[in-house]
Design a binder for this molecule. Structure first.
Ligand code: PLP
Length: 354
């Protein structure tokens, strides 16, 4: 049980739940009735509350808007077949937001407060979790600096917030990726391992160039040699060579994905060999040409698993037959099955909200 004695809950008098069609939900544009908010000042978090979803009033000199102390998480609550809300590995997200915060000189948000926040928020918003397997209530925990001050320095005040978006089953279309040999996402010593807002702003321009060339996303290469593959957008990346799976090792420039970790654990449990190591773009292009590369797919909370059908690199293109994929669909089915309790949660990943 979680002690909610310090958490204040103010419920809305008008729910918007009846306005929404669970069979047709645009991703990230529909917001549930309530949100969680806490404030940091004088070295401590206080005023933890769940309140009706509403706009904030922000000072024009808000320091985060100018200098970027802003980190976030993305996680999901699903419904078990018996209707019980389920949080997927919430403690991993609690730990990761604090890793991101530490890199940005932001305070730690206590893990037990994070757990209480997602638990109580999902308990209150359980009617907003779409029932079909593969759909979910997407939770967006984030922390931003709140000082009203212009000057590059560590802020003294922060806000932590969580809001929720119901999302339908993500029918990811097969992706076309461009391995970028001009722009980078993250360099060794930088902030690539943090879910920091600025990383995504910086990725938009190279991604827009890739889109102009007909590609969906950039496959990022390392910043030093433009040789080793890193990840894609908001997904980690996996390559299957027959029944062996390879994924880039997280070396400080790659976001340590929780879906990535779950996939690795499932693969190992199924007896499929997984290698985490540096993986060069040449090895991938070669595998695409000689047929040894059998599957490519992204992993992330939003899409779960996204098959990749094409990779371009320096004018060279390889195509991968996604209709023959076996490992990617197995991983998607296993992850969705665990989260609906259709499959046994043998890893102990689910937190049931009762
Ligand atoms: C969030 C994110 C991922 C995926 O992480 P999950 O925990 O699996 O959702 C991968 N790469 C980047 C850059 C991300 O921001």
């Amino acid at each position: 049980m979680i002690d909610t004695s310090r958490l204040r809950i103010e419920k809305t008098s008008v729910s918007k739940l009846s306005d929404i069609d669970f069979n047709n939900i645009p991703f990230g544009r529909v917001f549930s009735d309530h949100m969680y908010v806490a404030e940091y000042d004088n070295g401590a978090w206080s005023n933890m509350r769940i309140v009706p979803f509403k706009n904030f009033s922000i000072h024009p000199a808000n320091i985060a808007w100018h200098y970027g102390q802003s980190v976030f998480e993305g996680m999901k609550a699903t419904k078990a077949n018996d209707g019980t809300p389920i949080l997927f590995r919430p403690e991993k997200h609690a730990i990761r937001i604090n890793k991101s915060a530490a890199r940005m000189c932001m305070p730690e948000f206590p893990q037990e407060s994070f757990m209480e926040a997602v638990y109580e928020l999902v308990k209150l918003e359980k009617g907003w979790i779409p029932p079909q397997e593969g759909s979910a209530l997407y939770l967006r925990p984030y922390m931003v600096a709140m000082d009203e001050f212009i000057g590059v320095q560590v802020a003294k005040s922060y806000m932590f917030c969580i809001f929720c978006c119901p999302v339908g089953p993500y029918y990811a279309k097969d992706l076309k990726l461009k391995a970028d040999d001009t722009y980078i996402r993250a360099a060794q010593g930088g902030v690539g391992a943090a879910k920091a807002a600025g990383n995504y702003g910086a990725s938009l321009y190279p991604a827009s160039l890739a889109k102009q060339e007909g590609y969906d996303q950039v496959l990022w290469l390392d910043a030093k040699e433009f040789k080793y593959v890193q990840e894609v957008g908001t997904m980690n990346i996996f390559f299957a060579f027959g029944d062996k799976v390879v994924t880039p090792a997280t070396s400080g420039t790659i976001l340590d994905g929780i879906t990535r970790d779950s996939c690795i654990q499932i693969l190992k449990e199924k007896g499929i060999e997984v290698e985490e190591r540096p993986l060069s773009i040449e090895e991938i292009m070669q595998g695409g040409k000689d047929g040894s590369l059998t599957e490519v797919f992204g992993s992330g909370t939003a899409a779960v698993i996204a098959p990749v059908k094409e990779i371009a690199y320096k004018g060279d293109v390889i195509n991968i037959d996604t209709s023959a994929f076996k490992i990617a669909p197995m991983l998607k089915d296993t992850l969705n099955g665990i989260r609906s309790e259709r499959l046994e949660d043998s890893f102990g990943w689910n937190v049931r909200v009762v």
